[in-house]
Structures are given as C-alpha cells and as structure tokens.
Design a protein around this ligand. Sequence first.
Ligand code: WQD
Length: 339
Amino acid sequence: MRVLVTGGAGYIGSHTVLQLLAAGHDVLIADDFSNAKPSVIDRLEELAGRPIKVHRIDLTDEAATAALFAAEDIDAVIHFAGFKAVGESVAKPLSYYQNNLDTTFSVLKAMDAHGVRRFVFSSSATVYGENPVLERTEDMPTYATSPYGWTKVMVEQVLRDLAVADDSWRIALLRYFNPVGAHASGRIGEDPSGLPNNLMPFVSQVAVGRRAKLAVFGDDYDTADGTGVRDYIHVEDLAAGHLAALEKIGEVDDALSVWNLGSGEPVSVLQVVTAFARASGRDIPYEVVPRRPGDVAAYWADPSKANRELGWRATRGIDDMCADTWRWQSQNPDGYPDA
Ligand code: WQD
C-alpha cells in the first residue's frame, strides 16, 4: 500500500516509516518539522537504502492538505502529526486544540474527498484519565486531565461519530502507553527539543553527561518502591503494532477498532534508573523531589485485545529499551545534526 505517514519525521513516526518500507509498503512523509530536524530524513534514507518522499506541510492548512491528496496516490494514512507535551498543553491550550484538531480535520476531509478510508490514529493511554483500575482495558471510559489529553479524547470521539455516519471507514485507535527505546542501529531515536519532559530521554541525557542529575518526582506513591509505575513499550514494538493494525483494519467489518499498545509490564522510575545504569555502565545521579502535578501513581496496559486480535505483542523488555536508547544517545550525544 502507499501509506501517508503524517508526523513521519517524529520519534514514533520515523521508526514506523522504516518498518512500513521493510514490509514492502510505499511511504510518503508529511511533516511541518516543528518538532523534528530534517536530518532525520537523511538517517531514514540511509537505513532504508532508498529515497523517501517528504512533503513539508502545515496540515492545519486544509487547502494544502487537499492539494497533497490530489497530487499523490494514497491508500492509507497513519496520523502521528500533533503536539504532544502535556505540560506545554496546559500553558498553551489554544495552540494544542487548534493544531491537534485542525490537522486531523484537514486529513480526514481530504481522505473523505478522495475515497481513502484506512486511518490509523496515534492515540494515548492518557485518555484513561485516573481510573482506579490500574490495568487499563479498551472498554474503560475516557476523559483527560490536560488539554493534550483532551485533544486525544476529542479526536477519538470525532472518529467514533465518523464511523457511525459512514461505515465505509476503517479506523484504528491505537492507545500508546510509554514509548521508549530506539532503532537497534543507533542511527534514529528520541531527540526531544530542550529539557526532556519524559523519564527515559532525561535519564539518557544524564548518562551521556548532558544533564547533571535526574529529579525523581516523588517516592511516596503507593507502589513497591514509592516511585511512579508505568508501562514502557519499545518504539520498535510500537511501530510493529501500527503495521499489524493497518493490515487488520483491511480485513475487519468494523468501521472503528480500539487497541492498547503496551507491554503489560509495570515498571517503576527507580527500576528504569537501575536498568539504565546497567545498560550504559554509567552512574545515574538522582534526587527525590516533590511529586509532579497531574502525575498518577501507577497504570499499565492490559494488551490482551491487541495480542489476540492483531497477533501482535511487545517482545522487548526494559533492558532492551535501555540498551537501545543508550546506543542511540551515546552515538548521538547532542541528538540529530542541525543541518
Ligand atoms: C514517567 C514516570 C514520572 C520525568 C507522558 C504523557 C503521556 C504520554 C507518555 C504522550 C512518572 C517520572 C518523569 C522525570 C520523573 N505522552 N518522571 N522524572 O507522565 O507517564 O506519560 O508521556 O502520549 O500522555 O502523560 O511519562 O516519562 O513523563 O513519566 O520522576 O524527569 O517518570 O513522575 O512516574 P508519563 P513520563
């Protein structure tokens, strides 16, 4: 299939592009490069051993998006494009709502006009809010605790209503837990701009000497070691889940499907720190500080629906995640080249 990957220069998008190409699909990347460097494309072409077509485009521009679909033959869309920093979304709600909703509306309307019906949406476990049942299942109610999370809840609702209105759509909502890790080559990986919001890239930057120490946001949670517990999933497993979902929605009669993409393995902050020190051979200095507002103690995926229906499961554990992250970080201490 010819797959349009929006946000394909981003962390998860770039890893998914490589797997789509390896599986024999043709790929178009659409990205505004607001949160990715053009040098990612050079690395992708190096690893793929072939040129990759890229459209530098603002997908909030409906006319430009329509023109893209008129110019290109597209069979399916995997939609990663969107702003994704929880804290930033609290400070800039209008920017988050406009960007994350308008990009989606532009793409869906262009797809509709061109009869393109396969749509895989990058959703998030954040849509489960603060459910007292820590192991999340797809039937749980959705709500959010940040504007970023609400954009995911809202787009899911738009897609549900679209599927009811026109059952020719084939939509997958993929709810990611905590994506970490990097391609085994060490040539692509997570490269947050500025201070990393998330745990793994921060730990990785401490290990490589870019940060002095990690702040552990609270060790007084009701968890085994008192620190926050999450479901980390290797980005390569996550990418494989997208390919499985893309294939599956071509076979099902349902206009919309929902799958958790997680490992199902709860891991604490201190367990990540210990695993990373083991993988890197570096000491990871840390200081326990007060909890981060909005954090919950613990949650993880019940991935059994995806395991069963997609024939997919996460295969890499926390040691692989740390080893692959370290290879990327140690080979690219300052991330991707600017040029
Ligand atoms: C993980 C654990 C922190 C940083 C977020 C988004 C979610 C999804 C994934 C997009 C928590 C602790 C973290 C640090 C720390 N993003 N931590 N020191 O918050 O589970 O999920 O990213 O879809 O929507 O909410 O990920 O990596 O920020 O935190 O102690 O410097 O690490 O308290 O327990 P989180 P995270």
